[in-house]
Unconditional design. Structure first.
Length: 256
C-alpha cells in the first residue's frame, strides 16, 4: 500500500470521524517509512497545529506521537485555548455593550468559533482579531461603546479606511485584542457577491451567555469563507489555500 501523502493524512485526521475512520489513519502510521516531522511542518505552515492536536486527542492517537512533539503540540494547544478564552471574554463584553444600544452583532469568520458547543478543533482555532457586522448607521455608536471598554484607534487620522468595508480596527490598550467593525461583508469589488442586507436577512439569533448575537446562514458562511480567502486575500491569484480555511469548510459540512 502506498504511503498516504502528508497533506492528505493531515486533512483526513482533522476530518470528523464520520468522514474518515481512525482505522484508515493507523494503517499509515504502521508503515516503516512514516514520518511525523513533515506533518508538523505542514500544520504550522497552515496555522492548524492546535486543531491538529485536538484531532489527535479525539482519535486517541496522541500516544503515537514522539514525546517531544507531543509536548510541543500540547503547549501550542494550551496557548491557543488561553488566547481564545481572552477573545471570548472580550467578545462577550462587546456583545453586552452592543445589546445595550439595541444592536445584535452579526459574528463573522473566527468570532463564530468562540460560541458555545464548538468541536474541539474549532475551539482551538488560531485567531488574530474579531470581526463583527453592524448596522451601518450605528457604527459610530458601536465604536464609542468599545472605546468605553478600553479600546482605541491606532489608525486615527488615516484616510485608508474611508472606503473600506470596515472602520479602522480598535485595539485594547492592555491585552491587544483587536475588533474590526464591518458595515459590509467584503470589500467593494466583491460586495455585490454577498451584500450585507442578505446576510442580515438570513442570519440567526444565537444566545451567547447573557447576550444575543447573530450567526450567518450556513450558505453565507461558506460563501464568505471562499470569497474572503480566494479573492479578497488573493489566495486564488497566488495559487494557494490555507488548510485552516478548508477545516472551516469541513466543519460547516458536518454542522449542516
Amino acid at each position: 500500500m502506498a504511503l498516504m501523502p502528508p497533506h492528505r493524512w493531515l486533512c483526513r485526521c482533522l476530518a470528523p470521524d464520520g468522514l474518515c475512520p481512525t482505522a484508515e489513519l493507523t494503517s499509515t502510521l504502521d508503515a516503516p517509512d512514516f514520518a511525523w516531522e513533515p506533518l508538523l511542518v505542514l500544520a504550522h505552515r497552515h496555522f492548524i497545529a492546535a486543531p491538529w492536536y485536538a484531532a489527535l486527542q479525539r482519535r486517541g492517537l496522541l500516544e503515537r506521537l514522539p514525546v517531544e512533539m507531543n509536548a510541543h503540540l500540547a503547549a501550542v494547544y494550551t496557548l491557543s485555548l488561553e488566547r481564545n478564552q481572552i477573545l471570548r471574554r472580550e467578545l462577550l463584553h462587546a456583545a453586552r455593550a452592543f445589546n445595550a444600544l439595541g444592536i445584535e452583532p452579526l459574528l463573522l469568520k473566527g468570532a463564530l468559533a468562540l460560541l458555545p458547543d464548538q468541536p474541539p478543533e474549532i475551539a482551538a482555532r488560531l485567531m488574530g482579531d474579531l470581526d463583527v457586522l453592524l448596522p451601518a448607521n450605528r457604527l459610530a455608536d458601536s465604536q464609542n461603546a468599545l472605546k468605553a471598554l478600553g479600546y482605541y484607534d491606532p489608525h486615527e487620522g488615516d484616510d485608508q479606511y474611508r472606503t473600506h468595508h470596515h472602520v479602522p480596527p480598535l485595539v485594547h490598550r492592555n491585552h491587544g485584542v483587536k475588533f474590526e467593525l464591518h458595515h459590509a461583508v467584503l470589500g467593494r469589488s466583491q460586495d455585490a457577491a454577498l451584500p450585507a442586507a442578505e446576510m442580515w436577512r438570513d442570519s440567526q439569533r444565537i444566545p451567547f451567555k447573557d447576550t444575543l448575537v447573530r450567526s450567518p446562514a450556513l450558505t453565507h458562511r461558506v460563501l464568505h469563507n471562499l470569497l474572503h480567502t480566494l479573492l479578497q486575500d488573493h489566495r486564488a491569484e497566488w495559487g494557494m489555500l490555507e488548510l485552516r480555511q478548508v477545516l472551516d469548510l469541513v466543519q460547516f459540512r458536518a454542522s449542516g
